[in-house]
Design a protein around this ligand. Structure first.
Ligand SMILES: CC(C)(COP(=O)(O)OP(=O)(O)OC[C@H]1O[C@@H](n2cnc3c(N)ncnc32)[C@H](O)[C@@H]1OP(=O)(O)O)[C@@H](O)C(=O)NCCC(=O)NCCS
Length: 187
């Protein structure tokens, strides 16, 4: 099992590809925004933090073993603008489990770009890596994220009450999931 996408990964309106230093300003515009980061597991990022990630976690462009995460920039095919990024985690080789995450620039919310990009990640995870199950975990108050998981055809499986101490308060976590056979039917 491994995943080595040929870049860019194309969808109807988007190109998914590794992040580069040239994306710094575009990343800062949304990853530096406190509202965008409200339910993300990190504080608003500054230029230094973003700079460190290029050689760190964002340098992973293929999944060759479990416990790796591949973050891809989401670019509008029509304009070349970076409008967000998505991540595929490979959680377990033995159980063929993965997880997805997503974050978009608010200027580009409400156009279905996150759905389109996340659907491309599900395709990579199920069809190319051969995962059996992919999940998405989110704060219950993050209704936009839950709506996105549902649009993708994921099922809510769990509601974990006050499961995490998150940014100074208890967070109730929802877990959504999809199985490979559900993906095949949904697609
Ligand atoms: C979660 C997040 C990515 C969702 O973004 P979003 O803009 O709601 O999602 P999409 O890009 O898929 O857009 C969906 C909306 O576009 C509409 N839409 C328009 N054209 C569409 C199309 N071609 N396809 C699908 N939806 C379309 C949908 O009807 C939906 O509208 P609604 O919100 O009024 O129901 C965004 O809120 C975000 O970045 N949040 C901050 C980061 C975050 O919390 N990430 C998740 C952590 S768990």
């Amino acid at each position: 099992m491994e995943l080595r996408p040929s870049y860019p990964v194309r969808t109807e309106r988007l190109l998914l590809r590794p992040l580069t230093v040239a994306d710094t300003d575009a990343l800062l515009a949304y990853r530096g925004d406190p509202q965008v980061c409200r339910y993300l597991p990190f504080a608003p990022m500054d230029r230094r933090v973003i700079g460190e990630r290029f050689a760190g976690v964002w340098a992973t462009t293929a999944l060759t073993d479990e416990d790796q995460a591949m973050t891809l920039g989401v670019e509008l095919a029509a304009t070349g603008e970076l409008v967000g990024d998505v991540v595929l985690f490979w959680r377990s080789r033995e159980h063929r489990r993965g997880e997805i995450g997503y974050v978009m620039n608010p200027d580009h919310h409400g156009k279905g770009y996150a759905t389109e990009a996340a659907r491309a990640l599900l395709r990579l995870g199920f069809d190319e890596l051969g995962l059996h199950r992919i999940t998405a975990s989110l704060d219950e108050r993050n209704t936009a994220s839950a709506a996105l998981a549902r649009r993708l055809g994921m099922r809510q499986e769990a509601r974990l009450v006050h499961n995490e101490w998150f940014k100074g308060e208890w967070s109730t976590e929802l877990v959504f999931a999809m199985l490979a056979e559900e993906w095949a039917a949904h697609r």
